[in-house]
Design a protein around this ligand. Sequence first.
Ligand code: PEP
Length: 252
Amino acid sequence: AASRRPLIAGNWKMNAGGQDACPLSAAVAKATRELTRAEVVVAPPFTAIAAVAHELAEAKSEVGIAAQNMSAEVSGAFTGEVSSGMLKDAGATWVILGHSERRQLFAETDESVARKVASAMAAELRPIVCVGETLEQREAGETLAVVERQVRAVLDELAKQPGFGVIAYEPVWAIGTGKVARAEDAQEVHAFIRGLLAKASEDLAGVTRILYGGSVKADNAEALLAQDDIDGALVGGASLDAAGFAKIVDAA
Ligand code: PEP
């Protein structure tokens, strides 16, 4: 992880989108203020992005904001969708794309994720692209093939601006299950992903941060973040508690 600044991103999912968003973001800002080694990002639901942006600006916080999804379209007749421009206006500078919950529950495909990544990059919104195998795929020995297919779908886009985008390796069987990947197993996939990035360019491989996600908690973060190719974490459940989240940031 040597020269790459660690990134710890908290995915709030469909939680803390109302009155609780500002207090949570303020608590994260406060708890991580002194922990400057890692870059910190929170991903609230759409409805809370503007309020959280206001809260973090008031606190003069360096904590960044990610959306959890985005339309690939710029504007128009797409009822219920939210564009990159809207997210930027609201105060987001990042967007999580291709989260496994979106792939599994909302029929997102490698192709739609690639379109969203292209659209985000064009709008200068930094994508956090999620990849990872299901339990079934892991047991069938397909982990690397699945991850390769998912990474290849976005490789050309990410190569246009090395370091701007981030990849999050999130084994689906480890998300929200309490079953964290063993640090060495995660490292193996991270190294494989870096090898895929190197096929586009050495520069891309050198500067791209690859986050691990899947039941990261304060007590398992250190071992994961100590691995050479693990440059940070995408944290779901544990990001809803500011003190616990700050412990993960501190481990980076
Ligand atoms: C996630 O949603 O990206 C995630 C990793 O969730 P959890 O940490 O709860 O497993």
